[in-house]
Design a protein around this ligand. Sequence first.
Ligand code: NAP
Length: 297
Amino acid sequence: MTKWTENEMPGFDGRTVVITGAGRGLGLITARALARAGARVVLGVRDPARGRRAVAGRPGSFDVRPLDVADLGSVRAFAAAWSGELDVLIHNAGVMDIPAARTADGFDRQTATNYLGPFVLTNLLLEHVTDRVVHVTSQLHRQGRIDLTDLDWRTRPYHGMAAYRASKLAVVLHSLELQRRLDARGSVVRSVLASPGIARTGLAAHSRSDIVNRVRFLTNSPELGALSVLCAATRDVPGNAYVGPGGLGGLRGHPVLSRQGKNGLDEELAGRLWAVTAELVGAATRAPELPGSAAAG
Ligand SMILES: NC(=O)c1ccc[n+]([C@@H]2O[C@H](COP(=O)([O-])OP(=O)(O)OC[C@H]3O[C@@H](n4cnc5c(N)ncnc54)[C@H](OP(=O)(O)O)[C@@H]3O)[C@@H](O)[C@H]2O)c1
């Protein structure tokens, strides 16, 4: 089988892509590649000046806008400023194993960055999306455990890696339920998952986890890790597809159409998680646009 590379990407002329957290790491590589393919790439970043420097002089069309996905006020402002079609929305921004901290809305920062903010941003932008929403998850979702009574680490002692694994499982379940709701409406929009395997980026900067350090020798270059995101964003794949490296148990190599863990295919849990999340962020956002809430069930 031929290896999927950037050369397999279709032309993206005239298409618009939003990618969050794209000022560095996998997001920046993905943004540059999509712009090279002809897309108008909107980078949602915490530090727009740094974001502009990161794409300055690069071929293609870039539009750098302020977005802190862990701050629902920022998420709302980004979405409110949107007009026109949005072909592909890529939720790339993420943190791993950070110390316990609360956001301006009072949420656990890791859960808010990796899951709650993207959940709200999806709901607010979905009416504009024409092709797909891509959620960047991790193979670690397979070890994730969701506590629906304490999604937000209020009553349990916080554990950085457990919060990461849980947030990435929540992302996988979000994709499952989102696709179900899109299908129920007869929408052609797809929800797709991308797993970069393990790539040498700044993601583990805060982590004291042995696991991360022990597997360093298995790592992909950032460019190879970003290929899974690019593949999920551009290849013709079914709804709720899981795209990730084909080698070493999904950790290394070129992207293939793979499969999420069994825990990520639990429809009942996905539906309950959506309801609990909507309630949690609804209280913080006051007016969340939750697609298909009553009608699609
Ligand atoms: N690298 C891997 O091996 C690996 C494996 C599995 C999954 N992933 C996932 O891949 C995605 C990208 O990670 P990476 O490896 O490229 O890590 P990275 O180099 O640390 O980049 C993370 C990006 O997310 C942004 N970000 C963090 N918090 C944000 C917020 N509140 N609002 C907006 N942007 C925010 C960062 O922006 P700032 O510059 O402002 O900090 C940065 O651009 C993450 O979702 C991660 O979980 C990575």
